[in-house]
Design a protein around this ligand. Structure first.
Ligand code: ME8
Length: 506
């Protein structure tokens, strides 16, 4: 049985959700939906990262207690997941009791393994990134990310990260697929080769965090707490539990490149030190850029996803985000590009194909999936291209090539539109020859079969639109497996309505 555990980062609560958060969550959702339709056992995890100095400061600025503030802000993120039709299985909040227990259990494991010691930290800290910054990296009072840094001096627990240089390099060497895309992998490897210093993993200057076991003064550094969320959601510390045993070995972490170092260096080191295996795969995608800068809460240049959904419809936004940018690279967002995509790919290509074929059958060819007769060379080729999607798309999804997934489906859509133009079922309809009527039925059958394949594979991207297309085709079976059986003639169509209206503005 194929098993997949797909995760998003858990999001900080210092601002409302924006298009960047929506981007990762939709990508994870597309993967989760794909694997479920492929018959896999799937767990999809998301949630909110509620501790740390940045969130504590945001609560203070809002004049609220951290608990009241995080309750209110976390609800916004939960609401975001609903508005984008996210099919997650777990929405975890790090303020939950089960998470405190899991983080403390991991800490104790590290302590038992002699991986934690107490000392004093003196150095720079970027609150916006919740990250320690090396002296050499600080320029004009800023971290390389542009976040302001502050000097920190406090008693701290340290994790012996320096012990893990060699084991991490060996691990990535032995597991070339554990980190993608390749450019990011190289970055991480050279960072590790540059030498790892022990990591401060506790704070004493504020209290909004998970208490360090056995200490009344220290709370955990927010990243050790946050990363543990992936374990908590699978039932840790019960490593013999069904969820943990099934899903942890198949975990795929999706995240933005901004937080790659935490996931690809610190996290596997913590896990190995605690006797656990690193995540199976880490995939770092690029940034959505707006007006030339990374979209972010702190920079205030983020696009409001809800406005976009209101204007263009959820499925169009989902498709646009997956199709427009190669997953792994940066992409700049613009409304003009969005309108262009909707009009060309959705209204002209897919919408037009489904609409002209289905309404023709509905109105002029009996309203049922036609009975095919002899298949011509062109018919067989068209059917083979649709059938071939099964393997091509699986290969795409195995490596999280989400844009390629869209491109490959739309190649078949383009083929089908060319096939309609060449076969001209409407001209055949006008012919008085009985043979032409049989030919028309065969052509329309082939087209219905192609539309069924396309709609089934479009489900992860645009769940609602694909469902409507399959409703119109009268199809109840919608898994990938169901495509192994040829389309049944005689099934009544439901009156087709256009699914993707053209957008006239911009
Ligand atoms: O980093 N383009 O939370 P966060 C693409 N709590 N993706 C973007 C983006 C953009 N412009 N802006 C944000 C944290 N993202 C930590 C994570 S995980 C154990 C803890 C997405 O609220 C992207 O996935 O700053 C990025 O990694 C994440 O939001 C950062 O969210």
């Amino acid at each position: 049985m194929t098993v997949r555990c797909i995760t998003t980062p858990i999001y900080y609560l210092n601002g409302a959700p924006h298009l960047g958060h929506v981007y990762t969550t939709i990508a994870a959702d597309v993967l989760a939906r794909y694997w479920r339709l492929a018959g896999a056992q799937v767990k999809f995890l998301t949630g909110t990262d509620e501790h740390g100095q940045k969130v504590a400061q945001a609560a203070e600025a809002a004049g609220e207690t951290p608990q009241a503030f995080t309750d209110r802000m976390s609800a916004l993120f939960l609401d975001m997941t609903k508005k984008i039709n996210s099919s997650h299985d777990v929405f975890l909040r790090t303020t939950e009791k089960r998470h405190h227990e899991a983080a403390q259990a991991l800490w104790k494991k590290l302590e038992e393994a002699d991986q934690i010691y107490e000392s004093t930290y003196a150095g720079w800290y970027a609150v916006r990134d919740e990250a320690y910054v090396d002296e050499a990296e600080v320029k004009d009072g800023k971290a390389p990310s542009g976040a302001p840094v502050e000097w920190m001096e406090e008693s701290s627990y340290f994790f012996r990260l320096s012990d893990w240089e060699r084991p991490l390099l060996d691990y990535y060497e032995a597991n070339p697929k554990a980190l993608a895309p390749i450019g990011r992998r190289n970055e991480v490897l050279s960072f590790i080769k540059g030498g790892l210093r022990d990591l401060s993993i506790s704070r004493t200057k504020f209290t909004w965090g998970v208490a360090v076991p056995g200490s009344s003064q220290h709370v955990m550094y927010v990243w050790i707490d946050a990363l543990t969320n992936y374990l908590t959601a699978l039932g840790y510390p019960d490593i013999e539990g069904e969820d943990f045993k099934t899903f942890w070995p198949e975990s795929i972490h999706l995240l933005g490149k901004d937080i790659l170092r935490f996931h690809a260096v610190y996290w596997p080191a913590f896990l190995m030190a605690a006797g656990l295996t690193p995540p199976k795969r880490i995939f770092a995608h690029g940034w959505l850029v707006h007006d030339g800068e990374k979209m972010s809460k702190s920079l205030g240049n983020a696009v409001d996803p809800f406005q976009l959904i209101e204007t263009y419809g959820l499925d169009a936004v989902r498709y646009f985000l997956m199709r427009e940018v190669v997953f792994g690279q940066d992409g700049s967002y613009s409304e003009a590009a969005m309108v262009q995509r909707i009009n060309s790919d959705l209204a002209n290509d897919l919408g037009n194909l489904a609409q002209r074929v289905l309404s023709f059958i509905y109105k002029n060819a009996g309203g049922k999936i036609p009975q095919p007769h002899e298949f011509s060379e062109e018919d067989r080729e068209m059917l083979a291209r649709a059938a071939h999607l099964h393997d091509t798309l699986r290969d795409d999804m195995e490596v999280q090539a989400l844009q390629a997934y869209c491109v490959h489906i739309w190649e078949v859509v383009a083929d089908a539109n060319r096939y309609v133009d060449a076969q001209k079922p409407w001209s055949l309809k006008k012919s008085a020859e009985a043979e032409d009527q049989l030919r028309m039925a065969t052509v329309l059958y082939v087209l219905c079969e192609v539309i069924r394949h396309v709609a089934v594979y479009v489900q992860p991207l645009m769940p609602e639109a694909a469902a409507k297309m399959l409703d119109q085709l009268g199809q109840e079976e919608r898994t990938f497996e169901s495509l192994q059986e040829p389309l049944k003639p005689g099934t009544a169509l439901v009156e087709p309505v256009p699914l993707f209206p053209r957008i006239e503005k911009v």
